[in-house]
Design a protein around this ligand. Structure first.
Ligand SMILES: [Zn+2]
Length: 300
């Protein structure tokens, strides 16, 4: 029975959220539908993390739950504020008018959303990859990688600057090709659902999905302390650009490391984490000490 659940959990929960959101939209309650699916997905994954955890050690508290929720709430608040500001300034009307005429508005909505996901993913991929490869950007992204366990609650643990950069990269591309607001909203919703699924500590068997989507199988390697393993699988929703730019990484002969995190001295407090990227004298990122620490710890 657990094998069956393991196999259907990822596509099943995503499908339930998409259907629920579409139904709420059809009834004229998109915000309610989004919140029901958002908290429904989070609640279902919290339950499954208890019933069928992938890594038992990650069920233990890391003392960061309050900080994780604070980052998530801050990012959600900033996102809603900017969306409200954009609506007030009339961006909803301006964006389609400014479109280059490239967008296939006559396509069925589902196909437009898939196209929107592909376009947004290019921005998300490069925002994420540059966050790993450019030292001053890494200081923001290190807040996310400082977690020592993966579970549904630290899905949204991003420094707000890191989160803003990724959103702006994706939105800029969407606006450039003239994606309508409805498509943008759908892409944002699906990004939330897949984000939860990617980060959860549930024993899921994703198999063929690992070639199409960012999955927990792939993302656990992304949180490795080893640069050769961690600087891979940058996709947020889709794996397309990891395949194109050859950054997909999924060895099938071993499990991802349990001892995840970063050697960067990210503070334990929420305010300390917010201030961390702005402080001077940062330690070099993912360098020799990381490798030495892992060697002392006995490898994986
Ligand atoms: Zn990362």
């Amino acid at each position: 029975m657990r094998r069956v659940f393991s196999w259907i959990a990822w596509p099943g929960l995503l499908a339930l959220c998409i259907v629920g959101y579409a139904y709420g939209n059809a009834l004229g309650h998109p915000i309610l539908a989004y919140n029901v699916t958002y908290f429904g997905m989070a609640g279902a994954l919290l339950l499954l993390e208890r019933l069928m955890p992938y890594e038992a050690a990650w069920a233990e508290s890391d003392g960061q739950t309050r900080q994780d929720i604070s980052h998530t709430a801050l990012n959600k608040g900033i996102g809603q504020f900017l969306a409200g500001l954009a609506a007030t300034l009339g961006a909803n009307e301006v964006a389609p008018a400014a479109a280059s005429g490239l967008w296939p508005a006559h396509w069925p909505m589902a196909a437009q959303v898939v196209l929107g996901l592909v376009v947004a993913e290019f921005g998300l991929y490069w925002a994420h990859r540059l966050g790993h490869e450019i030292p001053w950007l890494w200081r923001y992204h290190a807040v996310h990688h400082s977690v020592t366990r993966l579970w549904v609650v630290n899905t949204g643990r991003f420094h707000f600057v890191d989160s803003l950069i990724a959103t702006l990269f994706a939105l800029a591309l969407g606006l450039l090709v003239g994606a309508p607001k409805e498509v943008v909203v759908w892409v944002l919703a699906i990004t939330t659902y897949i984000g939860f699924l990617t980060h959860c500590n549930v024993d899921m068997d994703c198999r063929g999905l690992n070639w199409l989507f960012n999955t927990p199988d792939l993302h656990r390697w992304h949180h490795s302390r080893l640069p050769s393993e961690g600087n891979t699988n940058y996709g947020e929703n889709l794996l397309l650009w990891d395949l194109v730019f050859r950054t997909r990484y999924l060895p099938l002969d071993r499990r991802p490391p349990v001892n995840i995190g970063t050697a960067d001295p990210v503070p334990l407090t929420f305010l300390g984490q917010l201030a961390y990227p702005f402080r001077r004298h940062q330690a070099p990122i993912m360098d020799a000490p990381v490798l030495e620490a892992r060697a002392e710890a006995g490898g994986d």
